[in-house]
Design a protein around this ligand. Structure first.
Ligand SMILES: [Zn+2]
Length: 73
């Protein structure tokens, strides 16, 4: 995973949520969170932390997909 802050690296290692995580939405047993330091998104489900790298990429680089399409043509 690129560009993770030290807090997120610790989260992945230990499974402990860190204080800079912000809850975006909470649906039954799943929780969508965002790190306010490195803007990474995580799905917290059944005590598992799943980094949502694709979502983060499209969030921080909205033109990336468009540029890829241009390069393929
Ligand atoms: Zn982070």
């Amino acid at each position: 995973m690129p560009c993770q802050c030290p807090l997120c690296q610790q989260l992945i290692r230990t499974g402990q949520r860190h204080p800079r995580l912000e809850t975006i939405s909470h649906i039954s047993n799943s929780e969508l969170l965002k790190c306010t330091l490195c803007h990474a998104f995580y799905l917290h489900e059944h005590d598992r932390w799943e980094p949502l790298s694709d979502y983060r990429q499209s969030f921080t680089h909205p033109t990336a997909t468009y540029e890829n399409q241009l390069m393929q043509n």
